[in-house]
Design a protein around this ligand. Structure first.
Ligand SMILES: Cc1ncc(C[n+]2csc(CCOP(=O)(O)OP(=O)(O)O)c2C)c(N)n1
Ligand SMILES: [Mg+2]
Length: 381
């Protein structure tokens, strides 16, 4: 334990420039390393050199995550889950950023980070307990350095900032990453997290998946400037990355984590992507957005572009793709079976853990509910 304050941490080494260039028209430029057609392009600030095996690994991660997500949506439609928040379209943003992490880094997710959970080694079936309503989380955050899903929009950015300040005070060189959405960027908690992390030089990366929608609110309702530019006002760098390009997301997040680790403070990464499906299974996006928009983003699909690249370069053959497809079917079945086998909790258990000690109101509600439950038993007799 060191007494050195986070505010006095000095950079140990200089980092690469983290920033976005302007196009000629003055529009912000995305960091991109793989075009939608699957062509590899270079970026002056973000070099990446992956082996064919590593590239195939990213493809496998994205495909299995998508398959798991589709299975969860189907399970909700079959009445096995109460709700599901799909990550369809956001696979590259999540897999790319999460594969940049080290085991000792710590992740604060929202409720849609199924791809990040996958990379952290959380069993996919464990993600479903909360959505089935049989537990309050389903995994031990400490086992995988992956915090529980957070529904209260933006609050986890403050948790991440506080945690990162603690990491720095401990003298560790781990980094923290907070995931949040374009809608969350309007929350006061996020503004506070930006301020605290900046002035305390906290080793945290703010990874905003701008999927263009916050339920039915478009990003235009959240901001007048591109979201990544917000960071400038707080005094740390912001960068916009093509959120459907797994290589760019990996390279940019890696660079931001390196900055954090080397004592240079926070970075805001805006992954420009698209929510291809509904907000959740309770939502009908045809009520508020045009299908042409979705169709346009379909052409930028993150998995198709990596596959095109792998095929073009001869880094993967038909046997590989067939094997991953087979693996994905097995994953679907495993998750299906696991969900159906989840034991129903004792209904009275919902009154536990609300408060550490007893609470008069909870005691009253428990007694009322117990009497209500007992009334069914009497009817049956
Ligand atoms: C503090 C708070 N306000 C409102 C809500 C209701 N709510 C749930 S999801 C959501 C939209 C979030 O949008 P965004 O941050 O863009 O994330 P996305 O769902 O697109 O991944 C809202 C308003 C909430 N969960 N918490
Ligand atoms: Mg959003």
């Amino acid at each position: 334990m060191t007494v050195e304050s986070t505010a006095t941490r000095k950079p140990r080494r200089s980092s690469k420039r983290v920033g976005a260039k302007k196009t000629r028209a003055g529009q912000p430029e995305l960091v991109q390393l793989l075009t939608p057609e699957g062509e590899r392009v270079e970026h002056p600030d973000y070099a990446i050199d992956l082996t064919p095996e590593e590239l195939r690994g990213l493809y496998r991660d994205m495909l299995l995550t998508r398959r798991f997500d589709a299975e969860a949506t189907s399970l909700q439609r079959q009445g096995e889950l109460g709700l599901w928040a799909s990550l369809l379209g956001q696979e590259a943003a999540q897999i790319g950023s999460a594969r940049a992490l080290r085991d000792d880094d710590y992740v604060f997710p929202t409720y849609r980070e199924h791809g990040v959970a996958w990379c952290r080694g959380v069993d996919p079936s464990n993600l479903l307990g909360m959505f089935r309503g049989v537990n309050n989380g389903g995994w031990d955050p400490k086992s995988n350095n992956f915090h529980l899903y957070t529904i209260v929009i933006g609050s986890q950015t403050l948790h991440a900032t506080g945690y990162a300040m603690g990491v720095a005070k401990d003298g560790a060189d781990a980094a923290v990453i907070a995931y949040f959405g374009d809608g969350a960027s309007s929350q006061g908690d996020v503004a506070e997290a930006f301020t605290f992390s900046a002035v305390y030089n906290a080793p945290v990366v703010f990874f905003c998946q701008n999927n263009q929608w916050a339920i039915s609110e478009p990003t235009e309702r959240q901001t007048r400037v591109p979201l990544y530019q917000r960071a400038q006002g707080y005094g740390f760098p912001g960068v916009r990355v093509d959120g459907n390009d797994v290589l760019a997301c990996l390279a940019v997040t890696r660079s931001a984590l390196e900055r954090a680790r080397s004592g240079e403070g926070p970075t805001l990464v805006e992954a420009f992507t698209y929510r291809m499906g509904a907000h959740t299974t309770s939502d009908d996006p045809t009520r508020y957005r045009q299908d042409e928009e979705r169709v346009a983003w379909e052409a930028k699909d993150p998995i198709a572009r990596l596959r095109a690249y792998l095929e073009r370069e001869g880094f993967a053959d038909e046997a590989f793709f067939a094997e991953v497809d087979e693996e994905s079917e097995a994953l679907g079945k495993r998750v299906r079976d696991a969900v159906r086998a989840m034991p129903d909790p004792d209904p009275m258990a919902m009154f536990e853990h609300t408060y550490a000690d007893g609470h008069a109101l909870v005691d009253e509600e428990r007694a009322q509910f117990a009497a209500y439950q007992a009334s069914f038993a009497e009817e049956e007799n």
